[in-house]
Design a protein around this ligand. Sequence first.
Ligand code: 13P
Ligand code: SF4
Length: 306
Amino acid sequence: MNTSELKQAIMQAKKDTGTLVLAHTYQDPDIIDIADISGDSFALSKAAAKMPEVRRVLLCGVRFMADTVKILSPEKEVVLSHRKATCPMAEQISPERVRAFRQENPDVCVCAYINTSTELKAECDVCVTSSTAVKIVSSLPSKKVLFIPDQNLGSYVAKFVPEKEIILWDGCCPTHHSVSVKDVQDAKAKHPGAKIAVHPECRKEVVALCDFIGSTSEIINYCKSVSDDVVIATEKGVCDKLSRDYPERGFFQLAPTKLVCPNMKMTTLQNVYDAILGNFGDVIEIEEELRLKAKRSIDNMLKYGG
Ligand code: 13P
Ligand code: SF4
């Protein structure tokens, strides 16, 4: 089947199997085209929290995103589009380490980026996404906050909430952390006059040189709202989709060889078709006691971030 036939077959298979497809903005634009809902991590979590009539969900993205859907909707069959698609940040600190930290620092609130395993979420007080982190951290009751695992998002948040004492972990997204100041300087030289939009998972010295900072969906909205050319400093999927949907606009990828997330790019359109038919992907199972513990921190995120 060619791409357009495959897309048609997917639309039919979704109907036949009653499958709702959620896709993260980093997925291939063809996958986003056939998705029922696409967006950043927070948009996908919110969608997962309110779709009682849906029995089956295929999440095109990485494992923590499918886990979040299952944590919020245990009665649904939740399938991850590719068994091996995991975010390396999800396990950059162990649950034991968080427990030990808590015992030594009982007055600290533990805040986990949503890019964490279910086991880690179960040890934390609240989750945040890149679009909700500042709002949620500023509303936490305690003055001291341990922010895990992304040092870059953590230091971005710390700048906006000087009233809190934020303890950073040393984790990072290998894809975004690889972008250098020189990459930004090169892009500025190549596209003079263009704005630069960056994801807060990039290093703070990179973020400091950019015009707009936001989650993947916020970057897309920013690009649509300005008339300038924009250089995009987040995973390639965002620029690919914008360039394809708005061919008359000047959208340019910053550091195109670096900003490709190998995990987000594992899923192909064919995989999506096969997964809808039950022949590919991974059905998510989470033990109930663990799910309930992890759900607390996601519920808090939806409560404070919504
Ligand atoms: P968003 O919250 O912006 O979707 O980011 C998720 C992610 O994995 C970024 O690398
Ligand atoms: Fe994880 Fe980075 Fe890939 Fe996002 S881009 S899924 S943070 S590795």
